[in-house]
Design a protein around this ligand. Structure first.
Ligand SMILES: Nc1ncnc2c1ncn2[C@@H]1O[C@H](COP(=O)(O)OP(=O)(O)OP(=O)(O)O)[C@@H](O)[C@H]1O
Ligand SMILES: [Mg+2]
Length: 231
């Protein structure tokens, strides 16, 4: 199997006044291409911090992150932003869609940075939204969509630039269990049909069980890695 994400001896410390808070205390982790990983652990254990480190949204205090062999610490802020845009799609608990834009405009937005012509953008966004079951919601604004529908738009947007890696922090955290299940089925599709490497953070074991590996984090350290077997 091919390694796509490598986290080496990562420590993250925050300085709060004079107090040092250790969010990650020495993480070593390898994720293979095509993996579907769930990160679980108590509140404050470091799950979101780990996701941000993997996605290059934040830099570690010590240690390194490699994505497809690229050492993120060697990239300056501008190079890192370009690298993220090309390689990583993010999905958030609170959807983070632009309220004044329609579903299709939200999905087209990341493509604008690539100077993709309007016609091509619209075609691509439409195609992804159809796959997410939103063919009749293209011109709805976020406030005119249910939570589950907004999160589908969030997933569609994360796929816009065709990144290899999809990272999601509690993507079902604001949803009822039924919408949560259908969002998790979309992640399975994103992993299997689109062939993306997926890492999600969740509190809920039933959500984590959609993944093929669960990484349990405790107090900023990996406690165990659980392989999920399916019959
Ligand atoms: N910007 C910050 N400044 C100071 N401390 C922080 C900051 N961000 C996170 N922390 C601390 O780092 C630790 C890990 O935080 P993190 O957000 O990664 O936890 P989490 O596992 O995602 O928790 P939750 O399940 O509540 O989202 C916590 O103790 C938190 O208080
Ligand atoms: Mg968190």
């Amino acid at each position: 199997m091919e390694k796509i994400i490598e986290v080496k001896d990562v420590i993250v410390e925050y300085l709060l006044g004079k107090v040092v808070v250790s969010a990650l205390r020495g993480i070593n982790l390898e994720i293979e291409k095509g993996d579907f990983i769930a990160v679980m652990g108590k509140s404050g254990s470091g799950k979101s911090t780990l996701l941000q480190i993997i996605g290059g949204l934040q830099r570690p205090t010590k240690g390194k992150v490699f994505i497809n062999g690229v050492d993120l610490s060697k990239l300056d802020e501008n190079e890192l932003a370009i690298f993220r845009r090309k390689n990583i799609g993010f999905i958030f608990q609170a959807y983070n869609l632009i309220p004044i834009l329609t579903a299709i405009e939200n999905v087209e937005l990341p493509m604008i940075f690539y100077n993709m012509p309007q016609k091509q953008r619209t075609e691509k966004a439409t195609k992804i939204l159809y796959k997410m079951g939103l063919s009749d919601r293209l011109n709805h604004k976020p406030s005119e969509l249910s939570g589950g529908e907004q999160q589908r738009v969030g997933i569609a947007r994360s796929l816009a630039n065709d990144p290899e890696i999809i990272l999601a922090d509690e993507p079902t955290g604001n949803l009822d269990s039924k919408s949560g299940e259908s969002i998790m089925e979309e992640f399975v599709e994103v992993n299997r049909s689109f062939g993306k490497t997926v890492v999600i953070v969740t509190h809920a074991r039933d959500v984590a069980l959609y993944a093929n590996k669960i990484i349990h984090i405790k107090d900023g350290l990996i406690e165990s890695i659980e392989e999920i077997r399916r019959n």
